[in-house]
Design a binder for this molecule. Structure first.
Ligand SMILES: Nc1ncnc2c1ncn2[C@@H]1O[C@H](COP(=O)(O)OP(=O)(O)O)[C@@H](O)[C@H]1O
Ligand SMILES: [Mg+2]
Length: 355
């Protein structure tokens, strides 16, 4: 199993610095996901790891060896992209076996390895078809099988599921999970989809504007975000953010007063609370107040929007609770469930109040 280290990696395109001093260790055998909005530098980072792009500065180490000057074809990494890259005139079997043919693997061995890889992604009934006779999900699986037969030291995947419909994406996610479990090959995966990231990753590197802003397990990223950007980017529906100030352990804003914080006083803070940790209650029992703006039935949950001043908050409520539009309601929440962010910088406020 192969480990990869990025040390002080920067990348400039012309005079634009798109990667700003990346430092990251990808552990042998892990499934590391780069997650971030479009344009933050995910693909560029992956291309540098693959050797398709040179870093402007810094080092890329593979198993401790500097590979900066090593061309892509000598890095033994297999890539899977969003647009499959299949040869349309070849059958599924020929597409999968292509890397083996390049390596001059004898036909009988090749056929066996192709069959094994095809079985691993449930393509064995389709070996004689051409790509145009396959669905999007099947094509993506051909691309995967072609990567598998190579037995590479590293899988690199750039938004491989983006072209699939929602249902197929969920299915393929499970397949990728299983594949990583079975093969144990170090995998670097790029996506802007936070659900994909937290479901697949052993660790997530959240990127914004050319930097890794947080590296952690999916649980750490979700439950202990380093900054407001991470808290907002991860989690659906999106976390609620409420402006206010903090003094003597009390958060106060328009229509909200919540006690129980042990962080230092701050003039301007933003409180973050996830929709499933908010509760709509009787106005007398609430620490915050607002009006029901809408309530949408969602099967096992009701999505309630509550207006608080000009702000709309999202609450996930149990399906048996009923709501009357425009009625005044209370909101209950616990300080322990809230995150506090510096309203100017977005950084997490953690330091304790002097007692
Ligand atoms: N070959 C290139 N020439 C100039 N700018 C580029 C090139 N490739 C990427 N960029 C720019 O670098 C930034 C990061 O791009 P990219 O790594 O593709 O982001 P992501 O994959 O996160 O969407 C973007 O602003 C993009 O426009
Ligand atoms: Mg990209």
């Amino acid at each position: 199993m192969t480990g990869i280290v990025l040390r002080d990696v920067t990348k400039d395109f012309g005079d634009v610095r798109v990667l700003k001093t990346l430092n990251l260790e990808i552990e042998p055998g892990e499934f590391l996901v780069f997650l971030g909005p479009s344009g933050c530098g995910k693909t560029t980072t992956m291309r540098i790891i693959a050797g398709l792009e040179r870093a402007s500065a810094g080092e890329i180490l593979v198993d401790g060896v500097n590979v900066n000057a090593l061309p892509a074809r000598e890095r033994d990494m297999a890539m899977v992209f969003q647009n499959y890259g299949l040869y349309p005139h070849m059958t599924v079997a020929e597409n999968i076996g292509y890397p083996l043919r390049l390596r001059k693997v004898p036909p009988a061995d090749r056929a066996r390895q192709v069959r094994e890889a095809a079985e691993q992604v449930h393509l064995d009934p389709y070996l004689e078809r051409r790509p145009r006779e396959l669905s999007g999900g099947q094509r993506q699986r051909v691309a995967l099988a072609r990567a598998i037969v190579r037995r590479p030291t590293v899988f690199l995947m750039d938004e491989p599921l983006s072209n699939l419909d929602a249902k197929l994406r969920v299915r393929m996610r499970a397949e990728l999970h299983r594949l990583h479990h079975d093969l144990g090959i170090t995998t670097v995966y790029v996506t802007h989809d936070q659900i994909e990231a937290i479901t697949l990753a052993t660790r997530v590197a959240v990127m914004n504007d050319g930097r890794v802003v947080q590296l952690g397990t999916p649980e750490e990223i979700y439950n202990d975000p380093a900054e407001q950007f991470v808290a907002s980017f991860v989690g659906t529906p999106e976390i609620n953010l409420i402006e206010g100030h903090l003094s003597d352990g009390v958060f106060e804003g328009n229509d909200i007063r919540l006690e129980g914080f042990d962080t230092a006083d701050e003039a301007r803070v933003r409180l973050g609370i996830r929709p499933h940790l908010l509760e709509v209650c009787d106005p007398a029992a609430g620490v915050a107040h607002g009006q029901v703006y809408s309530a949408e039935y969602g099967g096992d949950t009701t999505y309630v929007t509550v207006s608080m001043g000009t702000k709309l908050l999202t609450v996930l409520a149990p399906p048996q609770q009923t709501f009357e539009v425009d009625s005044t309601v209370g909101l209950a929440m616990r300080s322990a469930d809230c995150f506090l962010f510096d309203a100017r910088t977005g950084s997490r406020i953690r330091e304790r109040r002097a007692s």
